[in-house]
Design a protein around this ligand. Structure first.
Ligand SMILES: Nc1ncnc2c1ncn2[C@@H]1O[C@H](COP(=O)(O)OP(=O)(O)OP(=O)(O)O)[C@@H](O)[C@H]1O
Ligand SMILES: [Mg+2]
Length: 229
């Protein structure tokens, strides 16, 4: 018991140290940019840099907040909810509209009207948005991403399919680890998104599976047990 508490404490310390380090770099850059900006001339480059660093920190803080809230999440005894899928996907579409347009990526969706799941809708949205944000990030311009949700007798299955850079077996094994980012990742990110997905899926007993092939793309499959109201 004491050893378990110590391990937990060590992990928390390591996590806080990593997170602080992640926040320190962009903050230092913001401060040094602010020191050299001539506000009368409005240095465009420095202002763009500050903006992107502020977005980076804001995104990291949002993710850290989700992680701290998850610690208190209901352990598997969550009540059933009737989820209107149109509402979920209209929010997701809105969230990613700009990114999809910027990269000229086409997103297709196909889903039943409703799902009955034992998970708060905001967690479903966190899962889908983290997986989709990766698909967009790791796809070249002009590609297509397809999300399908199908119900069969026992399960509801959601698939997120991209035609992106894909992952090796080694990368696929590590992708859910907190702070893991492939060495090939050139896009901005914290390596936290998928560890949040995994944690939520574990708490709410959703099976998550990844099939990926280098240079071809990635399929993430989420399997929810069917419930009836
Ligand atoms: N669809 C994908 N295609 C290719 N590589 C992927 C895909 N999804 C995840 N990866 C790899 O797994 C790593 C971990 O993903 P994760 O979402 O946890 O972190 P991230 O996207 O780098 O940062 P963030 O915390 O901002 O989400 C990524 O850095 C990338 O190397
Ligand atoms: Mg991500």
């Amino acid at each position: 018991m004491i050893k378990r508490l110590k391990d937990m404490n060590d992990r928390q310390q390591e996590f806080i140290a990593n997170a602080s380090h992640e926040l320190k770099t962009p903050l230092t850059r913001i401060v040094s940019s602010l020191e050299i900006i001539d506000f009368t001339k409005q240095s465009k480059r420095e202002i763009e840099l500050i903006k992107s660093d502020v977005f980076y920190i804001d995104d990291l803080l949002d993710k850290l907040l989700v992680l701290t809230k998850l610690k208190d999440a209901n352990n598997g005894n969550s009540p059933l909810r009737l989820i209107k899928m149109e509402t979920v996907f209209s929010r997701i579409n809105k969230m990613f509209k700009q990114k999809l347009e910027d990269k000229k990526i086409k997103l297709t969706t196909s889903y039943p009207q409703t799902l009955v799941i034992a998970m708060p809708v905001q967690y479903l949205e966190i899962i889908v948005s983290n997986i989709l944000s990766n698909s967009i990030k790791y796809s070249a311009a002009g590609k297509t991403i397809a999300i399908t949700v199908k119900k069969d007798q026992n399960n509801s299955v959601m698939e997120i399919v991209d035609q992106g850079i894909g992952m090796s077996q080694e990368e696929t094994r590590q992708m859910f680890d907190r702070f893991y980012r492939s060495k090939r990742s050139r896009e901005s990110g914290h390596g936290i998104g998928l560890s949040i997905v995994k944690e939520i899926c574990d708490i709410y007993k959703v099976a998550v599976k990844v099939d990926s092939e280098l240079g071809k793309g990635t399929i993430v499959t989420l399997t929810f047990k069917n419930h009836t109201t």
